[in-house]
Ligand binder design. Structure first.
Ligand SMILES: CC(C)(COP(=O)(O)OP(=O)(O)OC[C@H]1O[C@@H](n2cnc3c(N)ncnc32)[C@H](O)[C@@H]1OP(=O)(O)O)[C@@H](O)C(=O)NCCC(=O)NCCS
Length: 155
């Protein structure tokens, strides 16, 4: 397994994996609709983001195929925080055939190393409450709940 920074040449594979992540999230939350995340939209988003200096994609490659990726960025922190900037891990997806082998752990480690070089103190990650595997994985990697977002159905 080879780990490296994601680049423009990886866009097709990143979009395919990002699409599988959107499908996975749709199964975890009724408010998410895959039709709102078509591959064209993902492609346009990723191609804009990938060259920004505050954004990083990291990929795991097996025999020249990308089997997992992480996408995250450094953002301006909300005004109530003491720090000016905060990191956010937006997406992580590992091909089901390659799970439970430490790929997500390594991708998060690479992202955190990059964040440290940027002197960032915190890394936030969001996960849907019904995504039990994602929630367990993040907790195993040392993430702790500090804010809970609640929703009440109206209709
Ligand atoms: C969540 C996900 C990224 C984990 O990837 P992975 O490469 O299998 O994870 P790792 O092998 O690096 O495991 C990291 C830690 O999470 C734990 N973990 C991983 N999958 C888990 C699961 N299904 N249930 C419980 N714990 C799990 C591992 O035990 C490991 O901790 P440990 O080293 O202390 O044992 C992967 O399951 C996935 O792509 N899921 C679908 C997308 C998703 O939910 N993404 C997260 C929200 S954006």
């Amino acid at each position: 397994m080879h780990f490296r920074k994601g680049e423009k040449k990886d866009l097709n594979e990143l979009v395919n994996l990002g699409y599988l992540l959107a499908k996975h999230e749709q199964n975890s939350e009724r408010g998410i609709k895959i039709k709102n995340t078509p591959k064209t939209k993902l492609r346009s988003k990723y191609s804009k983001q990938i060259s920004k200096s505050n954004v990083r994609f990291f990929v795991a490659e097996d025999k020249n195929n990308i089997v997992g990726f992480l996408y995250g960025d450094i953002e301006k922190a909300p005004s109530y925080l003491a720090h000016k900037k905060i990191a956010h891990m937006s997406s992580v997806f590992v091909d089901p055939k390659f799970r439970r082998r430490g790929i997500a752990r390594k991708l998060v480690k690479l992202f955190m190393e990059w964040l440290k070089t940027n002197k960032i103190s915190f890394l936030d990650a969001g996960v849907l409450i019904n995504n039990t595997s994602g929630l367990h994985a993040w907790k195993s990697l040392g993430f702790k709940e500090y804010y809970v977002k609640l929703r009440k159905d109206i209709i």
